[in-house]
Design a protein around this ligand. Structure first.
Ligand SMILES: [Zn+2]
Length: 348
């Protein structure tokens, strides 16, 4: 892709300050780390000759199978500390200054939530000191387990809650698991002061986006690509200023849109329709990407101008679940920094 992009431009895009709102801790484990932790904890991973071949799949179901095996490999407090620290280190190398990341505590069978959160928090604190990256946790609920399990899950989340647990997400395989059955558990989470988001419209239909908004009252939509099938919903989301956390690389594997340069790629169409689109990395090592590369794709393949990239960055900060005063301050600083970086670019 984007063969013509100069290395100056690549470095510029990588250096821009960024906020990441859609990344999964268990999908952000370096393949070498996954191999080491699996061996240490006696878990067998799919057999492969080269470490990087661990992450190869062609659809969402294959991907979730590998994701499950990797999740089984993360057991001790230090395992959780290490994967959190490494995820934040990699993100910081892509210019990320602030991250809200999903965790899947139910995926680590038999590992108490408290142990998981202890390790995750240690990794967050170390990374903040070492890389000046601030982060917050969004536990993601596995929709495949159903709403009753969701209520138990929310109990666990609330029992282990700190100020760093800011929201609740809904993820895993979309169809045939529509959002509406989760109305009760999401209402309770909202009453408890958690922000809400849901994966919708990636492999599921546009109706799941509508259901997430109307029944679950989510504040953001993760992915959302199938909204292009529903022009009325597009108008509504544009008018309401709804923010979508899009992940360009993932679409090549988990949606029918395999060509990022195609004029009908949904992220391009969503942006052109005036929807608030942000650029995120989802499960970066598992899809051979990172946040800097996602910005290269957005610019080189998906038709995002530099002004569009600046808007996407400031939108993600605006949509972050941070204190408003902090957001205003960072937004002004980042806008200035981005303008200065663009002005310093050599003119072609
Ligand atoms: Zn995701």
């Amino acid at each position: 892709m984007n063969q013509q992009m100069t290395s100056d431009m690549r470095q510029l895009l990588r250096r821009l300050p960024k906020a990441e709102l859609h990344i999964h801790l268990e999908g952000a484990i370096r393949p070498g780390t996954a191999m080491e932790l699996a061996a240490k904890n006696g878990v067998s991973l799919p057999v492969c000759d080269r470490v990087e071949d661990l992450y190869s799949y062609d659809n969402l179901m294959d991907f979730l199978a590998v994701y499950g095996a990797i999740s089984d490999s993360i057991v001790t407090v230090d395992d959780f500390r290490r994967i959190t620290y490494e995820m934040l280190q990699s993100a910081a190398e892509s210019g990320c200054r602030y991250m809200e990341f999903f965790v899947s505590p139910h995926a680590h069978k038999g590992v108490p939530f408290a142990r998981q959160f202890e390790g995750i928090r240690a990794g967050m604190a170390e990374a903040e000191t070492d890389f000046l990256i601030t982060s917050r946790i969004i536990p993601g609920m596995n929709r495949e387990l159903g709403p009753e399990a969701g209520e138990d899950y929310l109990d666990e989340v609330l029992a282990n809650r700190g100020e760093d647990v800011i929201g609740l997400g809904l993820d895993y395989n979309e169809a045939p698991f529509p959002p509406e059955p989760f109305v009760g558990v999401f209402a309770r989470a909202r009453r408890e002061g958690l922000h809400l988001t849901a994966h919708a419209g990636e492999s599921g239909p546009a109706a799941y986006i509508r259901g997430s908004l109307d029944a679950l009252k989510v504040e953001r939509i993760d992915h959302g690509y199938n909204i292009v099938d529903d022009p009325d919903l597009m108008v509504r989301c544009r008018d309401e200023g709804l923010v979508f956390t899009c992940c360009p690389s993932t679409t090549k594997y988990t949606t029918p849109w395999r060509d990022l340069t195609a004029p009908d790629h949904p992220i391009r169409r969503m942006k052109e329709a005036g929807l608030k689109v942000t650029i995120n990395s989802d499960d970066p090592p598992m899809f051979a990407t990172d946040l800097g590369w996602e910005f290269e794709i957005a610019h080189g393949d998906l038709g995002f101008s530099l002004a569009d990239l600046k808007a996407a960055i400031l939108t993600s900060l605006d949509a972050a679940w941070l204190d408003d005063t902090v957001k205003r301050e960072w937004s002004a600083d980042w806008a200035r920094e981005i303008d200065e970086a663009f002005a310093a670019m050599p003119q072609p």
